[in-house]
Design a protein around this ligand. Sequence first.
Ligand code: ADP
Ligand code: LRH
Length: 471
Amino acid sequence: AEITYYLAVDIGASSGRHILGWMDKGKIRMEEIYRFENKLEKRNGHLCWNLDHLFHEVVEGLRKCKELDRIPESVGIDTWGVDFVLLDANGNVLGNTVAYRDGRTKGMDEEVYKVISESELYGRNGIQKQLFNSIYQLMAIKKEAPQLLARADRFLMIPEYLNYRLTGVAMNEYTNATTTQLVNAKTQDWDFELMEMLDLPTKIFGELNMPKTVVGPLSSEMAARVGFQTTVVLPATHDTGSAVMAVPTNSDDSIYLSSGTWSLMGIERLIPDCTELSRKHNFTNEGGYHHRYRYLKNIMGMWMMQNIRREFKHKYTFEELYELAYIGRYFTSTVDVNDDMFLAPESMIKALQAYCEQTGQEKPETECELLYCVYRSLAKCYAKTVAEIETVTGRKYDTIHVVGGGCQDKFLDRLLVEVTGKDVYAGPIEATAIGNIMAQMLRDHVFEDLKEARQVVAKSFDVKRIASERE
Ligand code: ADP
Ligand code: LRH
């Protein structure tokens, strides 16, 4: 029989990949057919994404399907959240695509709180305060370049913009929209009243569409360029939304840790929690597939390791890095990984040393000490987050599922077992792409619902239980 292929284009802050998925004897099969690098670039003093390059890579990966003669029934794109473009009336991008790690949002929280208090804001959207959220980025544009906002006709998040380039259709999607901090948690729609209070142009925000919605066929120009026709579909276009769909369990007793450039740790909930208690613990209520909420916390994550590895000139393998960290385990200084100073430092090593000095701790000097300091600090933050989840929800969880590229970090997985005392499972590695494909398969009625799809994920992919040191 003919195989029906679905293509996930999953672009993270560090890399992008095209992954084909299909069903085979009741299991999901996947194959990565294309991969490319993604990184920040400095332009006019701002940290930016190179969108033209990303789009070029999206097209190259599509062409690869043609080359392999495996034409997907549909294709879905997901990327990191919060970043967006403004389009003018002719569909051209206004200004640079400034990335969330750029410093332009400094002080923009205060601008917003002049209009609405922090707790009232959280009460409306339940989104964790992070200075890079789109709401603060928009305030920065309003302050620095109001003419861009005045000329803007459409607001599109990164995956939506890539879809637009593929199809000519400009369409907003719900899960990623929630990361703007401009969506009301209860109505699950744009908070136009809030936008008006902030004097943001409401007309640029289009109707919100749920995952599984069809964007459209490739434009004829695109179809000619890639050599085939297909349908562009919305997955949960926020990568974390897709990753959490692919957490391989339906149990309520489980916490997930989506581990990539960021660590996103939390649970799935059916009702948002926009209370003061929740805000004080800085949890977010992002919108998920089928009206679920991702109740989680952003933790600085592997970004710190990525930077250190770069500063070590990539001279060690992952296994060697674990060994070095192990040697450094006598070193007890820790940092608050979520401190702003680690968001985009010139040197992560210097930032770690400065933090330790400023807090009166011994500063890490050797490679071993630096690595262990980051591991220990991350692990400490995970343990604290688990405790906070248990406090806020008033219950205990017995399991942690780690998914994403970072779940391959054996040292961190072990440490997680040690500091939390929970049963820790690692995998699948490509959870985000799997979630993306699941949404496309759900649209195609391959599965009845998310529950069934998750059961199939659990039996289709490698999920390893992490043994503790004592076992
Ligand atoms: P993103 O989607 O944010 O780009 P990924 O989910 O692709 O991130 O995860 C990539 C990250 O996973 C790498 O930057 C690296 O930090 C980590 N990683 C991948 N493989 C390993 C490994 N074997 N050991 C430790 N870390 C790893
Ligand atoms: C992870 C992620 C996360 C966002 C951040 C900007 O890739 O999408 O959920 O908060 O990037």
